[in-house]
Ligand binder design. Structure first.
Ligand code: LLP
Length: 421
């Protein structure tokens, strides 16, 4: 459930008409709902209420300071994957002891920064990285809390570009090798083993792959404990999928996911961490765009929008489906026509949808891409020198711009010229 609903013939974001925000801020624009962000965070938090736990929001999904602060104030920790994300989390007031650091290529600089600023744990992804963390920690005279991310070789049954738990993927250490790697970790002076980490992919729409992976983690926990390691924490990653269409069968709910975790891992007495990103932010955001032209093509009509692939890359990159709805509510039973919905960028890939049935729209009309809150603004670029679009956060009947649209001057002034020009 989200808070983008039609009311009085208009799409609202909570208690604010979307058209009002578009008029004030311009289009294209990302709009987020505070109530939806909080609702989704709390669903996870409550689903794990049966034991000690921390929900570490995977901030790669949407990392605006206002979003981070909103979630942090509700008790969220953060999952970060770069020095930049770590800095953003600290800037949003998240204490180091609530930040976990994931990612296959943490640099020594990033490791040092996190050790100096405080960190809950590093999720180690390889043996060379494990040695680097130990060396950096030893040089600082501290001990780094770590888990090892294991790759359980499980098919997450999701898009190949976002599956991470198969042996051919670059992520983690093969689970069969885990005991050997933990033995080395325990012997390294700069590390303290605190648990196990696993993340098998994103936009999972079934629970079975989680169950398979978590069962393997349970077995490994027992084996590592028998080897003398203190395994007190299990980081289970993110990945629970969201409904991208209204018609789709809905993916499992956080409460069902929480029950599965309790069933597979509850008996181990570990603190549970999860790293959901998409389910918290995805349906808490929309992208609003204006129709620039309606173009009649041969055998098809195009809706040419002012949003493009640089603003929302998911359709071009993953063939992802986003529902696109008019901001003015269509009359019930009104006639619909198929449109190819495209942006202005000079690539055929700049296509959001093909032959999508839409009520007749005119130039100047507004549409909203649903489920655009996760992996939307964060993956945007300035390709074609199109400015990064603004972000707006709504709370009840208030809204605020949480990222300004840069001017062309701002963009141009970011370049610097060599002295010979
Ligand atoms: N933890 C780790 C270690 C991850 O790599 C990810 C996502 C997450 C947590 C959060 O997963 P989520 O709960 O959001 O599924 N850009 C793609 C998705 C990439 C996901 C990358 N890793 C998309 O737009 O579909």
């Amino acid at each position: 459930m989200d808070h983008f609903l039609y009311r009085n013939g208009q799409l609202y974001a909570e208690d604010v008409p979307v058209s009002e925000i578009a008029a004030a801020v311009g289009t294209p624009v990302y709009i987020y709902s505070t109530a939806t962000l909080l609702r989704h965070f709390r669903l996870f938090d409550e689903a794990l209420d049966w034991g000690p736990h921390l929900v570490c929001y995977a901030m790669k999904a949407a990392s605006n300071q206002a979003i981070l602060k909103t979630l942090a104030a509700a008790g969220a920790g953060m999952d970060v994957v770069s020095g930049g994300e770590y800095a953003r989390a600290l800037a949003a007031g998240v204490p180091g002891e609530r930040i976990v650091f994931s990612g296959v290529g943490k640099t020594r600089d990033e490791i040092r920064t996190a050790l100096e600023g405080g960190i809950r744990q590093f999720n180690i992804e390889s043996e060379p990285e494990m040695r680097a963390i130990s060396e950096v920690a030893s040089a600082l005279g501290v001990v780094a809390p770590v888990t090892v991310r294991v790759n359980p070789d499980v098919d997450a049954r999701t898009h190949a570009k976002i599956a991470t738990g198969k042996s051919e993927n670059k992520f983690g250490i093969p689970i069969a090798k885990a005991r050997q790697v933990y033995a080395e970790a325990a012997a390294l002076p700069g590390l303290k083993v605190v648990g196990i980490d696993v993340h098998i992919g994103s936009q999972l729409t079934e629970l079975d792959p989680f169950a398979l992976a978590y069962r393997k983690v349970a077995e490994l926990t027992e084996a590592l404990r028998a080897d003398g390691h203190e395994i007190s924490r299990l980081d289970l990653g993110g990945g629970l999928g969201i409904p991208y269409t209204r018609s789709n069968e809905a993916p499992p709910l956080p409460v069902e996911y929480g029950r599965l975790i309790e069933r597979e891992l509850g008996h181990l007495g570990c603190e549970i961490e999860i790293e959901p990103g998409r389910l918290i932010a995805g349906n808490a955001g929309i992208l609003v765009s204006e129709v620039i032209y309606v173009k009649e093509g041969e055998g098809r009509n195009f809706l040419i929008l002012d949003a493009a692939m640089n603003d929302l890359i998911r359709p071009a990159m993953y063939d992802a489906h986003h529902d696109i709805i008019p901001v003015v509510e269509p009359e019930p039973g009104c006639e619909q026509e198929p449109y190819d919905i495209v942006g202005p960028v000079c690539e055929t890939g700049d296509t959001f949808a093909k032959a999508r049935l839409m009520p007749a729209l005119r130039a100047g009309g507004l549409v909203a891409f649903r489920s655009a809150g996760a992996y939307g603004a964060v993956m945007a670029s300035e390709y074609n020198t199109r400015a990064l679009i603004p972000e707006v956060l709504v709370k009840d009947d208030q809204f605020a711009v949480i990222r300004q649209r840069p001017s062309f001057e701002d963009i141009i002034n970011r370049d610097s010229l060599p002295e010979w020009l």
